[in-house]
Design a protein around this ligand. Structure first.
Ligand code: G3P
Ligand code: CA
Length: 232
C-alpha cells in the first residue's frame, strides 16, 4: 500500500514546506501529497485560501504578489515553495500527488508543470494530478491524455465511482469518513486505484490494507511505515 505524506510529514514539520517534504522521505514515505495554487505564471505550494493559519502573513493568497508570498515565514523560517522546488527534491522512484486548489489557465499551468517536471528526476508516470474541481481535471486530461488524474471526493455517490471512470481517472481519492469496502470493490472493478485521506491511526491503516486499498495519505509516514512495513 502506497504511503503518501499528506502535505509532507506534516506532524513533524510545517505543512507544505520543503522541510516537510524532505522529512517525508527521511521517514520512508513512498511519495508526497501537496496542495497548489496557480498564481500569475507560477504554481505555488500552499493549502489554505488565507495566509494566517500557516504563515506570519495575512490576507488571501490570491491577492498577493509572488514576492510577498516568498517573503513570508511558513514555519521554522521555511518559504512557501514553488512546484519546481518540490519536484526537484523527489527521488526518481517516488510518487507525487499534486492537488490543484486553484487554476485559471490550463495551457499556462501545463507549461509550468512541464518545466518543473523536466527539472526533476520524475516522469509523468510518477505524477497524479488531483482536485475536487473535476472540470479542471477534465480539461487537463483533454489537453494532456498521458497525465494521470486523481478524482477527489468527500462523498459516496449513489452510482459509486462512475464519475471517476467518466473522467478517465487513474485513481479515486476518498475520505476515510466515507469509505466502505464495497466502494473499494466497485472502484477496482471500474479499473480505478483507490487512495484514502487522511489516515493517521494504525487501526485504520490496517483496516484499509485488508480491504485492498492502494494507498493512503498520512500526516505520519513514520507511523504508517511501522504499521504497514515495506508492503507496497
Ligand atoms: O488529497 C487529499 C486531501 O489532501 C484533500 O483534502 O483539504 O487536506 O487538501 P485537503
Ligand atoms: Ca490536499
Amino acid at each position: 500500500m502506497l504511503i503518501l505524506a499528506h502535505r509532507g510529514a506534516s506532524r513533524d514539520a510545517p505543512e507544505n514546506t520543503l522541510r516537510a517534504f524532505n522529512e517525508a522521505f527521511s521517514q520512508h514515505a513512498h511519495g508526497l501529497e501537496f496542495d497548489t495554487y496557480q498564481l500569475h505564471q507560477d504554481i505555488i505550494v500552499f493549502h489554505d485560501r488565507w495566509l494566517h493559519r500557516t504563515t506570519n502573513g495575512s490576507g488571501r493568497v490570491l491577492d498577493q504578489t509572488i514576492t510577498t508570498l516568498r517573503s513570508l515565514d511558513a514555519g521554522f523560517g521555511e518559504q512557501i515553495p514553488f512546484l519546481h522546488e518540490v519536484l526537484a527534491l523527489c527521488p526518481g522512484s517516488s510518487i507525487c500527488n499534486i492537488e490543484i486548489k486553484q487554476l485559471h489557465d490550463v495551457p499556462a499551468w501545463l507549461q509550468c508543470f512541464d518545466d518543473a517536471l523536466h527539472s526533476s528526476r520524475l516522469t509523468t508516470d510518477n505524477i497524479i494530478i488531483s482536485s475536487f474541481n473535476h472540470r479542471w481535471l477534465r480539461e487537463i486530461k483533454a489537453q494532456r491524455p498521458a497525465i494521470q488524474i486523481g478524482a477527489l471526493t468527500a462523498s459516496f455517490p449513489v452510482n459509486g465511482p462512475a464519475f471517476a471512470a467518466e473522467l478517465d481517472a487513474y485513481s479515486i481519492h476518498v475520505t476515510l469518513d466515507m469509505i466502505e469496502e464495497s466502494y473499494v470493490r466497485e472502484a477496482h472493478q471500474a479499473g480505478l486505484k483507490v487512495l484514502v485521506y487522511t489516515v493517521d491511526m494504525p487501526d485504520d491503516m490496517l483496516m484499509l490494507k485488508s480491504w485492498g486499498v492502494d494507498g493512503i495519505f498520512t500526516n505520519v509516514p513514520t507511523v504508517a511505515r511501522a504499521t504497514l512495513g515495506d508492503y507496497l
